[in-house]
Design a protein around this ligand. Structure first.
Ligand code: SAM
Length: 394
């Protein structure tokens, strides 16, 4: 079932004749009418075209799960993102801070056994899917061994996010180790823009990596961060690539952190990105029914007469905190329960000091009981992430 997408907010709260709630206000949640739930997922959910962020209704009642890992608000936590290294072989302008630390990268703090041990604890608590990221995860020579160690713990649901530079020659080994899918980051379809954004010349390698991943049967998607004035002219060419080659490209709103050059003039909301795709391709995008967040936070749109799809990840303009199902493990072995949260919990030191499986599990449960209800920008606070994305694992 598809519905055509049109620009502009479709305000569900107005349709229901209800006042717009502050989603971070627990008092408001308690007043929410229980008999008449509003479904936020799926066609018609708002993509706001302005910034700062408009508040959205929150329905924690719908998020409760009986079994497995839950946070303090009853959100089911099933998805773990693990940064396996801070090192990267690209220097994307929006990712690395343009300060003295530009070239300083850290060796991976967790050994492969430590990664596997910690993932085992998460899996025993209810994590069902793991994504390995970084830094650049393919900088680790032992990545295949790590994948082989964790794949049985999550019934093969291990995915990778990579810049694709070294993917072509490792795609088969990664699949054989138990990897099931790969997201390849690509912010430009032309060499000049690629080089301007990454400070390297590698477009052909990335495209070869994408091709190799598909050839060995890995589910492969493209991720594109959009920066107004830097690569918004790449939106249409990348959407055309998806249309022609029949794959999925997901456009990600530019997020702010630690000196990464974010400002509102560089920010392009998802609604504008979709509008550009429609006009550039001369098509009407058809929205797909929403899938669970485990499949990713993107709203997906079918490209007519193609197996290709366009997605948008609207972290800022229409966030998905109320359905958040994820936690992160940094390459230093710290648990982050929110990308924008400030208090990482060290799991590595207890592990090295011979904490038991149950002790580590208890630390995770405790941290989750304090997981933020939504990221601070939703309340109009200054956007800020204290650590870089290459540290947290984007
Ligand atoms: N090196 C790998 C790669 O390039 O995919 C994995 C790490 S990278 C930090 C993971 C993802 O985070 C990439 O898709 C990247 O584009 C995204 N990312 C990094 N900085 C971002 C930002 N400021 N806003 C939005 N997405 C960002």
């Amino acid at each position: 079932m598809f519905s055509r997408w049109t620009a502009g907010p479709s305000d569900l709260t107005h349709r229901k004749g209800l006042p717009a709630p502050n989603p971070c206000d627990l008092g408001h949640e308690l007043r929410w009418p229980i008999a008449d739930p509003i479904i936020l997922e799926g066609p018609g959910a708002p993509v706001y075209s302005f910034f700062p962020i408009a508040p959205q209704p929150q329905m924690p009642r719908m998020l409760r799960v009986r079994d497995g890992l839950q946070d303090g608000l009853g959100r089911g936590i099933t998805y773990l993102r693990v940064s396996v290294t801070e090192q990267c072989n690209l220097a994307c302008v929006y990712c690395k801070p343009r300060t003295g630390v530009l070239q300083r990268t850290e060796a991976p703090a967790m050994s492969r056994n430590e990664v596997v041990q910690l993932v085992k604890v998460f899996a025993s608590l209810g994590i069902r899917k793991v994504r390995l990221t970084g830094g650049e995860p393919l900088m680790r020579r032992d990545l295949e061994t790590i994948i082989a160690g964790i794949s049985p713990e999550v019934e093969g649901r291990v995915h990778l996010t990579t810049n694709g530079i070294h993917l072509a020659r490792r795609a088969r080994a990664l699949r054989d180790a138990g990897l099931s899918g790969v997201n390849v980051s690509l912010d430009a379809a032309d060499r000049g823009t690629f080089e301007r954004l990454t400070l390297k010349n590698g477009l052909d390698k990335v495209l070869a990596g994408l091709e190799a991943a598909r050839a060995v049967g890995l589910k492969a998607k493209l991720n594109t961060v959009v920066l107004r004035g830097w690569n918004d002219d790449q939106i249409v060419p990348l959407a055309r690539l998806a249309q022609r080659e029949g794959f999925q490209v997901r456009f990600i709103e530019f997020m702010p952190y630690l000196g990464n050059g974010w400002d509102s003039a560089r920010f392009m909301p998802a609604s504008e990105i979709l509008q550009m795709v429609q006009e550039g391709l001369g098509i009407d995008l058809e929205e797909e029914p929403a899938v669970g967040l485990e499949e990713g936070p993107a709203r997906l749109f079918r490209i007519p007469r193609s197996s290709g799809k366009v997605g948008v990840i609207s972290t800022l303009s229409a966030d998905f905190c109320d359905r958040c199902n994820r936690v992160r493990l940094t390459s230093r072995g710290e648990l982050k329960t929110c990308l924008f949260g400030h208090q990482p919990i060290d799991l590595l030191e207890p592990l090295r000091n011979h904490a038991s499986h149950e002790d580590v599990a208890q630390l995770i449960r405790q941290a989750l009981s304090e997981k933020l209800d939504c990221h601070p920008m939703r309340q109009g606070d200054t956007p800020n992430l204290a650590q870089g994305m290459w540290q947290v694992g984007g």
